[in-house]
Design a protein around this ligand. Sequence first.
Ligand code: TLP
Length: 343
Amino acid sequence: MNTIDLRSDTVTIPTPAMLQAMMSASVGDDVYGEDPTVNALQEKVSALFGKESALFVPSGTMGNQVSIKTHTEPGDEVIVEEEAHVFVYETAGPAILSAVQLRTVRGTRGMLSADQIRETVRPPGYHLPRTRLLCLENTHGRSGGVVLPVKDLRTVSDYARGEGLKIHLDGARIWNASVASGVALRDYGSCFDSLSVCFSKGLGAPVGSMIVGDRAFIDRARHFRKIFGGGMRQAGFLAAAATYALDHNIARLADDHKNARWFAESLMGLSQLEIDLDNVQTNMVIMDVKRSGRSQREVLELLAGKGVLLTPERHSGIRAVTHLNVSRTDVETASKVFHSIFQ
Ligand code: TLP
C-alpha cells in the first residue's frame, strides 16, 4: 500500500537535486563564522526580509526560543496569541529557558487587535512584571494555516512599538503566507523586530531555520544560540539545502495551496465532517470529526489503515497538510478514502 503522508510539511525528503547541492557545498566552521555557505544564506535571507542580519539555527523551535531569550530579561512578560506554536507546542520553553511569563490572549484566527494589546500591556509598577514582547505567528497553524492580514499586522506593530514592546514573528510558514497573499517578505519583515523562518516545512529542506533582525539583536542571539547548543560546525551542507529550497521551492507552494483547497472542497459533501473553508488559505485542512460519532484516535487509525496519515488537532479535529511530496493524484486518492469512511 502506498502511504500518503499528510501529517505535516516537515516530512518531505530531499530531492536528488537538493542532495547534489548539499554535497557540492563549500563549508567551514560556522561557530567561528567561517562557513561561506551559511554566511551567504544569512545575507540572502536578511535581504529578503529587509533586515540587517540573520542567524542560521537548527530548528524553528530554537529560532523562537533564542529570539524570546534575546528580547527579554527574566521576569518579563510576553504577550502571545493563545494558540501559537510557541505557547502550545514548545514544551514551556520560554518558562524554562528565558524565565519569562507568557500572557496568552485569544486571537481571531491567530490575529490580535491593537485594543487587545492596549488592554494587556502592564503599566509600569513596582508590583508588576514588565511587558516586553509580543509574539505572533504567520501563517497561523492551529487555525489551519490562515494568513494574518498585513494591514492588521502593520496596525498592531505600530501600536506595540509605540508602547515600547518588541515584536517577534514565528514565521515558520511565512513563505506560504507570502505566496497566498502576494505580500512581499520585506513587507512582513518591516512589521517585526525579529522573525524566525523555517526551511524544513513547505520549502522541503531537511533541517534548518533562520532568525532575522537588526545587527545588535543578531549578535546577542548568536551568544544565546551557543548557550542553547545550536552552534553548528560545517553547517554549510544544511545551508546549501536551504539555499536550494529558497531558489526552487517558494513559487511551487501555490500548488500545495491548490491541492489543500481541492481536498477540502472535495470533502464538503460529507456531513460527518466539519470544515471551515474560509480557513483553508494555504497548505492545511483542519476537520472536526465529532459528528462522525468516532473519536479522533479512531478516525486517525481508520485512515492510517487505508494508507492516509494525518495528525490530531485539539480535541476532536484532524489535520491534513499538503507539501512537495504530495501530488494532486495523492489528494484525490486521500479524498476517496475519506468518502469510503465518512459517506
Ligand atoms: N510545527 C509542527 C508541530 O510541532 C506542530 C507541525 O507539524 O506543524 N512554528 C510553527 C508555526 C510550527 O508549525 C513549527 C512546527 C515550529 C515553529 C517548530 O519548528 P521545528 O519543528 O523546526 O522546531
